[in-house]
Design a protein around this ligand. Structure first.
Ligand SMILES: Cc1cc2nc3c(=O)[nH]c(=O)nc-3n(C[C@H](O)[C@H](O)[C@H](O)COP(=O)(O)OP(=O)(O)OC[C@H]3O[C@@H](n4cnc5c(N)ncnc54)[C@H](O)[C@@H]3O)c2cc1C
Length: 299
């Protein structure tokens, strides 16, 4: 729409970033216009809308190095080819993500067992099952709400006395607990997971209590987040953005970084009031494109 030529370079084989890799089957919240859509379907809508306009799409190619050609252009070296561009928009997210595994829990299960799951698992696996969801952030709450219609029983176990999710979700979860659709175990530690030929169980204990409670379940879903290795693209340091500068500071009016002609958007950036959600990412993308267009028109 801005009459610019754009090349998309993405390390993964398919578009979607975190939505595709971390929670493809989870319902998306806070995306206007879509009351009930899971992340993968939402990405598909976005991709169908925008990718036909890209001049080139290089999926399955990781950007390894970025350098300057003269004062006005960038050379972007992927692991397969090079692209030259006047402007560069970094939309590289939070970096490589590794799902956190719980510590201090005694786990007596087979390595091949599907007892332990993470929030990126397919919800269909939990149809008719008794499920413990461990965690107290947005993803734990999202998953609990998601599974209500499909699972036989949902028990939310959190090690603190309060959830750290958005207020609207907190209201929903409290209403569900009052209606006994969901069991809340707040201030509880998970001590042990055990699996035998006939049954799977989780042992939990309320903080400062000595009694251990044992619950028979089919799956435990850990929503303990993920650890992140910061995005690494060689060459950015030489131009002025160090690896430990991520998330990158930008000029909020243009999304331009400290590097002239290099813009950044999405979870890779920070500014006062920045929220890591999809809608802000789209707003930032629009701002960056308009700023680039203004520069092109002026030059
Ligand atoms: C569990 C969970 C649930 C969420 N639920 C919601 C929700 O309901 N609603 C909502 O609005 N938001 C939600 N979010 C947040 C939302 O997913 C993020 O804000 C959004 O995905 C950020 O998009 P992004 O493009 O900035 O980064 P990412 O989604 O992280 O995408 C970055 C992309 O850059 C690629 N990349 C990185 N480095 C390179 C490189 N060197 N070369 C080539 N490619 C590279 C990566 O492969 C990746 O595809 C959720 C997040 C999580 C973790």
């Amino acid at each position: 729409m801005a009459a610019l030529k754009a090349c998309v370079v993405e390390a993964a084989a398919i578009p979607g970033g975190q939505c595709e890799t971390l929670y493809p089957r989870k319902r998306m919240y806070g995306v206007p216009g879509f009351q009930d859509i899971v992340a993968r379907d939402y990405i598909s809508v976005l991709a169908n809308q925008c990718l036909p306009h890209a001049t080139a799409t290089l999926f399955g190619q990781r950007v390894n190095r970025v350098s300057r050609i003269g004062a006005r252009e960038f050379k972007i070296d992927t692991d397969q080819e090079s692209v030259v561009s006047r402007f560069l928009i970094l939309a590289i997210g939070i970096g490589d993500t590794v799902l956190c595994v719980p510590e201090n829990i005694l786990i007596n299960i087979d390595n091949t067992s599907d007892f332990i799951q993470h929030y990126c698992s397919s919800v269909n696996l939990f149809a008719g099952k008794r499920v413990v969801i461990a965690g107290g952030g947005d993803s734990a709450i999202d998953f609990a709400i998601e599974l209500l219609m499909i699972a036989k029983q949902v028990i939310l176990v959190h090690r603190r006395s309060e959830f750290s999710c958005e207020p609207s979700k907190l209201r929903i979860v409290n209403e569900l607990a009052e209606a006994e659709n969901i069991s809340l175990k707040l201030d509880y530690d998970i001590l042990e997971l055990e699996e035998s030929a006939i049954r799977r169980c989780v042992r939990i204990r309320r903080k400062k209590d000595i009694n251990i409670e044992e619950i028979t379940i089919d799956h435990v879903i850990f929503c303990y987040g993920f650890s992140v290795k910061p995005p690494l693209i060689c060459g950015l340091e030489e131009m002025g953005i160090q690896t430990n500068d991520f998330p990158v500071k930008v000029n909020i009016e243009t999304m331009e970084t400290l590097i002239n002609g290099c813009y950044a958007i999405g979870d890779a950036i920070t500014y006062p009031g920045k929220k890591k959600n999809v809608v802000p990412c789209l707003f930032e993308a629009d701002r960056a494109v308009r700023a680039i267009r203004d520069k092109v028109v002026r030059s």
